[in-house]
Design a protein around this ligand. Structure first.
Ligand code: HEC
Length: 133
């Protein structure tokens, strides 16, 4: 392949990555605190990514039980197990049994918000979700 064609291919790849990142929801209305969480810029941008605080809380406070083949009776969960709206309901209503029996007590409200931001931003079909506030 001529060098210019290769460079063009690399350019197209970069553009498609940029567009993909662009299409994720930029904000999230949080029912628990009645605030608008801006996910697109500033510290929350980092925190709502898999390698940020939100992803870390998910791995350390949830995946300890919700991993594949766990012996705890917890269903396997990953970010795309639920849509962004469904993840919001998990935290707004705290309906899971584990939320009610104290398994979430170690996480602070701030960590919960960042976890919710992460799961919302990268949840199932999040590319199609519009900004909500
Ligand atoms: C100590 C183990 C444990 C921890 C830690 C834990 N869970 Fe659970 N979770 C469970 C078990 C067990 C169930 C199944 C309960 C039942 O029988 O309904 C469950 C159920 C759920 C459900 C409902 C199932 C579904 O598919 O909708 C959700 C959602 C959930 N957990 C989310 C979380 C999140 C988010 C965290 C981290 C903040 C978390 N869990 C931490 C054990 C845990």
């Amino acid at each position: 392949m001529p060098r210019s064609a290769l460079m063009f291919a690399v350019f197209l790849l970069a553009v498609s990555f940029a567009l993909q990142a662009e299409a994720r929801p930029k904000n999230r209305y949080d029912e628990t605190t009645k605030t608008c969480r801006i996910l697109e810029s500033g510290p929350l941008e980092w925190d709502s990514r898999p390698w940020g605080e939100g992803g870390k809380v998910f791995r350390e406070a949830c995946k300890v039980c919700h991993s594949r083949g766990n012996g705890q009776g917890a269903p396997f969960l990953w970010v795309e197990s639920k849509t962004p709206a469904a993840w919001n309901r998990v935290f707004a209503q705290r309906y899971p049994k584990c939320a009610q029996n104290g398994s979430w007590d170690k996480i602070t409200l701030d960590q919960q918000l960042k976890l919710n931001d992460y799961l919302y931003r990268f949840g199932l079909n999040s590319e199609d979700v519009n900004d909500s506030c």
